[in-house]
Design a protein around this ligand. Structure first.
Ligand code: FE2
Length: 426
């Protein structure tokens, strides 16, 4: 049962209460696929270094729609729906490859890189019998073409041929931060994939939730990578849907990362800050590469993209919904072409922060599955999202004990879904 208006959905106009049914409702999920993933959003689909040459392609998804992203003869990017115009089979099944045409395995219908239908076996039948009627118009049965643009090597696709450019969609906050991390030619070091049995919006909340980072993730707090006592904060763009959370090293703990006064703050809150130890601390070493002192940040791009620096581990994440109670995360770990061997090795090692068996991200998956189980059939109760205060959603916060970016996500979500309450506090 889907509520008809925003006023029916939201108990609080500032999105400080999130009804749990929003994470489980099948009908709502179908509307999300239509209004968000096939609607007016740019969806991250990968890095353009994955397909450098003419004919290179990768397959992925926008929402639940399978797509092919490929490189044309002139170096242009092409995005097509990966579904045969004949009977609907996925034309490409490989994750990556290089071909000048795409041929469906079912009946060998063949398409150009641009998606035009260029070959149909037995089109005129055999010996004048069977085949297609002369009225069949081959031009009408190509692969559906989508809009694709890239910014500093990150590729995005949209179903909406009318909406604003990717440049405008990203806005100044993302353009600045993507330019920082994509400051020179990059090299992909590897991929990780993870299926999480929870609703996709729990992941979007999790990555905007700077409050949980040093409470759920023992590794962060034990080794001083992310403590609420470190300088840091949250930034939102004007739409409130994109966010950026960041953390700078504690100036009082420059070498060891961990400072005693900070540990006392955690102890006074009943949190033990030193539960584990490392035999070899090389894993925590940091090679400074940028003009600023940021060592840990995570950017969230509405609806499905994330890019991150964790010490020297650089990665992007693409989130793909797979029904109301499941989603997939594709992690792409990268470095720069001119990295020394040692630095590339360190980046690969530090990729152990992330992914299904990482020192950090495994815990996010666990807690999301735990939440989905806890409110599976709940139709009334709500989550409480008040850390950092209520009311208008602030774009700039100089502390990390706040949940404001989560309210920002819901504000943009509600507008796109046509479910904004009367008098909404944005
Ligand atoms: Fe987390």
């Amino acid at each position: 049962m889907l509520a008809k208006t925003g006023d029916d959905v939201w108990p609080a106009k500032d999105y400080a209460r999130i009804p749990y049914w929003l994470f489980t409702d099948e009908e709502l999920y179908q509307q999300e696929l239509e209004k968000i993933f096939r609607g007016s959003t740019w969806n991250y689909v990968g890095l353009d270094v994955e397909i450098p040459d003419w004919g290179d392609f990768k397959t992925t998804y926008v929402g639940e729609t399978p797509i092919i992203v490929s490189r044309g003869k002139e170096g242009e990017l092409i995005a097509l729906v990966n579904r045969c115009g004949h009977r609907g089979a996925m034309v490409r099944r490989e994750t990556h490859g290089n071909e000048r045409t795409h041929t469906c395995i079912y009946h060998r219908w063949c398409y150009s890189l641009e998606g035009d239908l260029i070959g149909i076996p037995f089109k005129r039948g055999v010996n004048g019998k069977g085949g297609l009627d002369a009225t069949f118009d081959q031009k009408e049965h190509g692969l559906q073409r989508l809009r694709i643009e890239s910014f500093k090597g990150m590729m995005f696709v949209t179903f909406d041929h009318e909406m604003q450019s990717l440049h405008d969609y990203l806005g100044p906050l993302n353009r600045e931060q993507i330019a920082r991390i994509m400051c020179k030619p990059i090299k992909v070091l590897g991929f990780q994939k993870q299926i999480i049995k929870g609703n996709w919006k729990l992941y979007q909340e999790n990555l905007r939730d700077t409050y949980h980072a040093s409470l759920l993730h023992s590794f962060f707090v034990t080794f001083g990578l992310d403590r609420v006592t470190n300088p840091g904060g949250t930034r939102l763009d004007e739409s409130k849907g994109h966010s950026f959370v960041f953390n700078r090293p504690d100036p009082a703990a420059a070498d060891t990362l961990v400072n005693e006064a900070s540990s006392q703050v955690y102890a006074s809150e009943g949190v033990k800050a030193e539960r584990v130890n490392l035999e070899d601390t090389w894993f925590l070493s940091f090679h400074k590469q940028y003009d600023d002192d940021m060592r840990l940040y995570l950017a969230c791009l509405f609806p499905n993209a994330h890019y991150q620096q964790m010490n020297n581990c650089l990665n992007t994440r693409q989130m793909i919904p797979r029904g109301p109670d499941m989603f997939e995360v594709v992690w792409t770990v990268f470095g720069y072409e001119d990295d020394t061997e040692d630095l590339a090795e360190l980046r690969k090692f530090q990729a152990n922060f992330i992914g299904p068996a990482g020192f950090v991200s495994m815990e996010d998956a666990e807690v999301i599955e735990n939440m989905q189980t806890a409110f599976r059939n709940e139709r009334e109760a709500c989550a409480v999202v008040e850390m950092g205060g209520r009311g208008a959603i602030l774009t700039d916060c100089d502390n990390k004990v706040n949940e404001i970016p989560i309210r920002g996500f819901w504000s943009r979500y509600a507008r796109l879904m046509g479910l904004e309450p009367t008098g909404a506090e944005r």
